[in-house]
Design a protein around this ligand. Structure first.
Ligand SMILES: [Zn+2]
Ligand SMILES: [Zn+2]
Ligand SMILES: [Zn+2]
Length: 106
């Protein structure tokens, strides 16, 4: 499905203007929309903002889209408390990969 690009909030412009005032968003290429495979959930690590917390780079978990694809049943990741980040380092949770949930293997 096509969703609004989280990184630029659908404006198509580089939200941090790292290159220039009119640089296109590196995530959606300027279109303001990105394709995500369903089913998708909001990215826990960047809280669906598309930006890596406290930086100006794109989130490494959702690649700036703000949503991550999950297949099948999921359960809350207890290691990070569904926050998607390691409490101490602030890095993406190693167990869930930053998604905050784990796929339940059957
Ligand atoms: Zn964008
Ligand atoms: Zn993210
Ligand atoms: Zn986790």
């Amino acid at each position: 499905m096509a969703i609004k690009c989280a990184f630029c909030k659908g404006t198509g412009k580089d939200p941090f203007r790292l290159l220039s005032e009119i640089a296109a968003c590196q995530v959606c290429g300027g279109g303001g929309k990105v394709e995500v495979m369903e089913p998708a959930i909001p990215c826990a690590f960047c809280k669906a903002t598309g930006a890596y917390p406290h930086t100006r780079i794109t989130c490494t978990v959702c690649l700036g889209k703000g949503m991550v694809t999950l297949e099948g049943s999921t359960e809350e990741c207890l290691k990070c408390g569904a926050a998607g980040a390691e409490a101490e380092s602030g890095l993406p949770c190693l167990k869930c990969g930053g998604k905050g949930v784990l796929a339940i293997k059957e």
